[in-house]
Design a protein around this ligand. Structure first.
Ligand code: 5RP
Length: 229
């Protein structure tokens, strides 16, 4: 395991301390959450957490959790989620987040909004003073007329790039496309930016998760720290 993967594993182990048997647990997406899924599977194999049910936030997490034998439900079946554990691409001092480099932002935000608690797991490279200085902000758009969003996003100060893989646009689990938006100097006012983005027809969601995280577990070379709101 590389140093970074070892940090992610430690963050996942610490976040797993929030889990209690019988909980409905939102399962985020990404490489850090994969460690969490391993931790859950190991604890279940040891005879613990027989009563937990996971609500996955992506097809990728669904497939991995199934392979590990973790019981799953949809959000329709379990609309009240006790706790979601998810990764992030940036975390600022107010526990505001950028998420979505794994393209699962829409479902992640829906599940987070249905959760009593949102615990974020990350390594310390994700900590920033200002959002948008390290990671681009992913903006998910409907494919219908997606190109017209470029000028709109530029008008908000962004430099948008359509996310592609192997020369074709990345298609999200819900059929959307993603513009990764860089902002010179970072995002000055995340709340105002989120409002402007979400009022725009055709924009489905953005990767700003503001006022949602209840705790952030950060793993670094010096150990694991927990920040709460
Ligand atoms: C996916 C996400 C991920 O949680 C985020 O990209 C962090 O991923 P990783 O743990 O692989 O760094 O938001 O949409």
């Amino acid at each position: 395991m590389t140093d970074t993967e070892a940090l992610k594993r430690r963050a996942a182990e610490r976040a797993a301390e929030w889990i209690r048997d019988g909980m409905t647990v939102g399962l985020g997406t990404g490489s850090t959450v994969r460690h969490l899924l391993d931790v859950i599977a190991e604890r279940r194999a040891a005879g613990e957490w027989a009563g937990i049910v996971g609500v996955p936030t992506s097809e990728d997490t669904t497939a991995r959790a199934r392979r590990l034998g973790i019981p799953l439900a949809t959000l329709d079946e379990r609309p009240r989620v006790d706790l979601t554990i998810d990764g992030a691409d940036e975390v600022d001092p107010q526990l505001r987040l950028i998420k979505g480099l794994g393209a699962a932002l829409l479902r992640e935000k829906i599940v987070a909004a249905a959760s009593a608690e949102l615990v974020i797991v990350a390594d310390d490279t994700k900590v920033v003073q200002r959002l948008g200085t390290r990671a681009p902000l992913p903006v998910e758009v409907d494919p219908f007329g997606a190109a017209i969003q470029v000028d709109f996003l530029r008008g908000l100060g962004a430099e948008p790039v359509l996310r592609e893989r192997d020369g074709a646009p990345v298609v999200t689990d819900g059929g959307g496309r993603i513009y990764d938006c860089r902002f010179a100097g970072g995002i000055a006012d995340p709340e105002a930016l989120e409002r402007a983005l979400l009022m725009r027809p055709g924009i489905l969601e953005c990767g700003l998760f503001l006022g949602m995280a209840t705790a952030v577990v950060i793993a670094g070379a010096d150990g694991v720290s927990v920040r709460t709101r």
